[in-house]
Structure formats: C-alpha cells, structure tokens
Design a protein around this ligand. Structure first.
Ligand code: URA
Length: 266
C-alpha cells in the first residue's frame, strides 16, 4: 500500500507541476481538441463497457474514466500507466480470497503500460511473492530470454498473471481464487489494449480462451479474447523441465512476431 500511496503522490505532484507549467505558459484550462489520446479514452471506454458488469464496477463511470486519463492533449504520465494505477488502487490491499493470508506481496504486473504485446502467466511463485514482480525467478529468466529472442526488451512488453497472490506451495489456483482475481486481469487488458496476448501455460490459456483443451493441443493455435489475438504456448517453467518443447514454443513466438509485424506493431 505504501508503494501505491507513493505512486499516487507522485502522480498528483506530476499533475500539479504540469498545470503550473501550463499556467506559466499562459495556457488556461484543459484542451478538448480531438486527439489520439481522446480517441484512446473512447476506445478504452468501449472495451471496458464490453466487459461483464461484475468485472468493471468502478471504471464503468465514464466521468471517472475520463478523469483517470486526465483528458489533456499533452501527456502528464502515459495514460495507460495512469489507468493501471487506478486498477491497482482498486485492488488495494486485496482480501477478496484466501490467498491474501499467505502472501507477502501482491504481484500486479510490470512493463510497458502501452505494450503491443502482453504475456499472461498463472500466478506468482516464491521469488515473485518476495519481490512483488511477476516472472523474476528461474522461469522468469527464461521468459526474459524468450522476449529478447523476439527482438524485444522485457520493459517493452507487459507481463502479469491471472492470479496476483502466491498459492501456498505453488499449488494450482482454485476456482474461487480465479473468480476473485480475473476481473483485475480483464481490466489490465482493457487498459493496456495489447495487440497480441501470449498465454503462458495451460492455466492462463484456459482462462483467456475459455477452452479446456490440453495445452499440447491448444498451443500454437491462435484464439481471441475480446477481439484480441491470444497465442497459447508452453509455460517457461514447463520448458525448464522439458527442453525438447522449446522448439514448439519458439515456433509459437515467431507466429506472434509475424502477426505483430503484419499489424504494423512489430
Ligand atoms: N510462474 C507464473 O505463472 N508467474 C510468475 O510470475 C512466475 C512463475
């Protein structure tokens, strides 16, 4: 919570500095001229409106969303970052499920809030729980190499998990835990608006595609989540256990690179 409070204080300070600079420059009020930013706010509103009601309560208020993006023609902070800050604020010191009791940190997500490419894993392990950042352990190191092999840097993409708190002993998340956390994943996706999502492993693939097919059959087959292409592939932890599967995973990632390039986002 302290991190969050600090982030909100920094945001407020940034807005104040920005408004003071505008006042010094003789600019009064807030520009309402149509801008890519304004269009993006509308797009995010449409995305959020398309989510099930229970997933979006506090962000369905258009005024709140508009305010959240500070509909200015000049960026104060990257607005998707601002949107993510609001989603993180809503998550708060989450006690919505029993995982809250055993966690050290909520592991929300990391990377570029306006990333074209998003990776979604299952849930934090011990290292992530300690550090509060997704994919920082052995599997995370492999994921970073996979991202680099795609000619991208880790901080160019956005990385998060379905579940934000570590299940004890790294057991599979239970349905009530997924139900409590999934609305926040949906909001992260609605704010970041990635062009492509990579679902890492069976668990994320099942949540994002709605299919219960084994990952060996699901991987490599492009699916969609709310109109966004989703590429299911093997989880890096699985690749560490069975290196012979790396070739298939690399095939899937190359498909993603081709898709991004085709979309003009690669
Ligand atoms: N495995 C996951 O699915 N997510 C992490 O953040 C780390 C390991």
């Amino acid at each position: 919570m302290e991190d969050l409070a600090g982030e909100l204080r920094a945001l407020a300070a940034g807005i104040r500095t920005h408004l003071e600079a505008r006042a010094r420059a003789g600019l009064v009020g807030v520009s309402r001229a149509p801008s890519p930013r304004g269009q993006r706010v509308e797009q995010v509103q449409a995305n959020v409106a398309a989510l099930p009601a229970e997933a979006v309560q506090p962000l369905t208020d258009p005024a709140a969303l508009e305010e959240s993006f500070a509909a200015d023609s000049e960026p104060i902070l990257p607005h998707a970052g601002h949107g993510l800050t609001l989603v993180r604020a809503e998550l708060g010191d989450c006690q919505r499920c029993k995982l809250a009791k055993g966690r050290r940190h909520i592991v929300f997500g990391t990377g570029n809030p306006e990333a074209h490419l998003m990776f979604v894993g299952e849930g934090p392990g011990a290292d992530e729980d300690m550090q509060g950042e997704p994919f920082v352990g052995a599997a995370g190191q492999l994921l970073t190499k996979m991202i680099q092999a795609m000619q991208l840097a880790r901080d160019e993409v956005y990385i998060c998990n379905v579940i934000k708190c570590r299940p004890p002993g790294n057991r599979d998340p239970e349905p009530d835990e997924v139900a409590a956390c999934e609305p926040f994943l949906k909001k992260q996706i609605a704010v970041v608006q990635p062009r492509v999502i990579v679902a890492l492993g069976k668990f994320a693939a099942h949540v994002l595609t709605g299919e219960r097919t084994p990952i060996t059959r699901l991987r490599g087959n492009l699916k969609h989540y709310q109109g966004i292409p989703v590429m299911p592939t093997y989880h890096p932890a699985y690749l560490l256990r069975d290196e012979s599967r790396k070739r298939e995973a690399w095939h899937d990632l190359k498909e993603v690179m081709a898709l991004l390039k085709h979309m003009g986002a690669g």
